[in-house]
Design a binder for this molecule. Sequence first.
Ligand SMILES: *Cc1c(COP(=O)(O)O)cnc(C)c1O
Ligand code: SF4
Length: 340
Amino acid sequence: MITASSGARITPSTDTPTTDWRQLWREAVTDAGELLGLLGLQHLAGQLPPADAGFQLRVPRGFVARMRHGDASDPLLLQVLPQLAELDEVAGFAVDAVGDLAARAAQGVLHKYHGRALLIASGSCAINCRYCFRRHFPYGEEMAAAGQWRQALEHLRRDDSISELILSGGDPLALATGKLEELSRGLADLPHVTRLRIHTRLPVVLPERIDPAFTAWLAALPLQKVVVLHANHANEFDGHVDAACARLRDTGASLLNQSVLLRGVNDDAEVLAGLSERLFAAGVLPYYLHQLDRVQGTAHFEVDDASAQALMEALRARLPGYLVPRLVREVGGEASKRPV
Ligand SMILES: *Cc1c(COP(=O)(O)O)cnc(C)c1O
Ligand code: SF4
């Protein structure tokens, strides 16, 4: 679901691949059998859970192109391929693992931490990550963008301790740029909001989203800007992602990255160090490495705290301090993310 998309559908010409992000979004792979076929892994089709274990497979074709052909343990594939293990019921893994429903301050607004309000700007993502809490929240009715952002802007107006507005989701860049313009017009008379932060996986999974209309909007905002990407492995980067990061930096935005520590994907010092180096090459600094939210259906990705701390120790021993992310966990009801 893409809300409020504007503009006519662009008809692809036969020889030039489209760069229209909405069309690329619609053309994402949503069939697990097709994905396995594209990667030469048809023989795994018998191991898929029925009905994608209740959370549809979705992955843009450009991201599939970065997966290794014939490798069932490719770290990008493991992030999106439905697994039978998702059907296991594991004690301690719940539907609302981080208390989001309790932190709701207005429609689509989560206000947990001092000075920062988070808007669930959109319920959609271009990719469905198997480890995500979103698998249990379609977030259909919880979108801040509904009604021209009215409730969200009202909450910001009432509380002048909020200096930073965070757009999250879902993926806030799933919204049409026109919808973001509507929000920034609403922010114009809220002088206490001086920073805008955007949490998005789109520059990595669908870099075409960082198009001229979007960068023009971001560059013109009279606010400090932070874009927090979400990449978990160096292989998620290619020339298109580098170019998208460069376009984002040209708007004056600071670029950070958050990752989730995932067993089989990046629970390895070599892999995490490679990710930090690759981020820096793209002009992005590592910010957080999250311990998995204990969300039902994701237990097979969990890395225990002792192993996670050993990984951090190994990272500190081989990287400059500014390339070492902070290992944190989200704990419902606390005043910040909790260092592990
Ligand atoms: C994670 C989160 C933030 C941001 O926390 P930082 O430590 O500033 O990155 C803000 N609001 C909510 C509701 C969050 O979950
Ligand atoms: S919210 Fe982020 S982690 Fe979750 S499915 Fe969307 S892009 Fe993936």
